[in-house]
Design a protein around this ligand. Structure first.
Ligand code: AMP
Ligand code: MG
Length: 347
């Protein structure tokens, strides 16, 4: 199939593009669109056949459920049985990069939730995402718009490379602002558990809800096991073809180690202001300066770039598994298949 690619430019020509994209979604077809986190691969969340097309296009295991996107936080009531805690979270964080798992209503087919009786709901803040959902007048089921197992797409070109010829349309809204997927939480009678860390942190959630727990699989990929709370936890994720070598070391030790072991055809990923320490080496950018937000924004693009340039290995410093670095830690540890070179003294 031919994949139509449209660049959104905030002029009247966008009107026709959104109308066409909405018509495709209403007809059960797939449309990729930008969000503030990563690009999503959208289909009607009310149509089991459309959901099946998502799994086919991505090559995604069909027991890994999709996130249902809505244009207004109040629309959650149409797809889920909504606890009070959702409304408190919505008032603070929505629209935004937070996904909440709640008991599902019957209008959401089992094919969207991988057979679970819960549904994951998110209201994105990206204006193009919200306009698409509004125009289609549908809740939109959307996983990240990559082939299953490869890093999530943060530009329309990433989507085209992975899914060109497999989906009907891509809306290009430029690079995604955040660059890592949304925080996924589960609300239960007893509280709130983070299943996937993102830009809405444990601390921010605890500010609203009091106590919040973090699932063990967030920091320990092996812990997902046979019965993960979130099916996505058990799949290999975010992995480029290059071997990601994560190094737990203070900055001076990291530099010394990398300079000693790096070979031609291998690269190191560091913030731009540290690049000068690696003259003669291949360097990929983790943002202009050392910050969680910049590194998050850069990571998936960088992993794809490493493959395009054909590096066999990529050295990256392991961030702390806390605060705003937790999401980065979680993606990196999966990209590295759980292996870490530990140079710091262990407690
Ligand atoms: P993606 O669609 O690539 O952004 O990934 C969505 C993540 O949310 C995956 O890890 C899913 O397993 C998880 N997820 C979606 N719906 C549910 C649900 N009902 N229960 C638990 N996890 C879910
Ligand atoms: Mg994904």
């Amino acid at each position: 199939m031919e994949t139509e690619l449209y660049t959104l430019d905030d002029t009247e020509t966008d009107d026709a593009v959104f109308a066409r994209a909405a018509a495709l979604l209403r007809a059960g077809e797939l449309v990729a669109f930008p969000t503030e986190t990563v690009y999503g691969l959208g289909a009607s969340a009310l149509d089991a056949d459309a959901a099946r097309r998502i799994y086919e296009a991505k090559g995604r295991p069909s027991d890994n459920p999709l996130i249902v996107h809505i244009a207004d936080p109040a629309e959650a009531d149409a797809v889920a049985y909504v606890p009070y805690a959702y409304r408190r979270l919505a008032a603070r964080f929505m629209p935004g990069p937070l996904t909440v798992i709640m008991p599902k209503r019957a209008c959401i087919p089992d094919g969207v939730t991988g057979g679970l009786d819960t549904v994951a709901v998110r209201c994105p803040s990206h204006p193009a995402a919200r306009r698409l959902i509004e125009t289609a007048e549908l809740p939109i089921a959307a996983p990240s718009a990559n082939r299953s197992g490869s890093p999530s797409p943060t530009t329309a070109q990433h989507v085209l490379r992975d899914l060109g010829g497999r989906i009907r349309m891509i809306l290009d809204g430029g690079p995604c602002e955040i660059g890592l997927e949304s925080t996924v939480i589960r609300l239960t009678e007893s509280g709130c558990e983070i299943l996937r860390p993102g830009a809405v942190t444990e601390r921010m959630l605890a500010d609203v809800l009091g106590e919040v727990t973090v699932a063990r699989a967030v920091t320990d990929p092996g812990a997902a096991g046979e019965h993960p709370q979130s099916p996505g936890m058990k799949y290999k994720h975010y992995a480029p073809a290059a071997q990601v070598v994560l190094i737990d070391a203070v900055p001076t030790l990291f530099t010394e180690y990398v300079r000693a072991v790096i070979r031609p055809g291998e690269a190191v990923a560091v913030p731009d202001d540290e690049a000068a320490l690696y003259d003669g080496c291949s360097v990929l950018s983790l943002g202009q300066t050392h910050s969680a937000a910049e590194a998050s924004h850069a990571l998936f693009s960088l992993l794809r770039e490493a493959d395009i340039r054909g590096y066999s290995r990529l050295y990256i410093a392991l961030p702390p598994p806390t605060g705003e670095y937790l999401a980065l830690y979680n993606r990196l540890i999966r990209a590295a298949g759980g292996r870490v070179v530990r140079l710091n003294p262990q407690p």
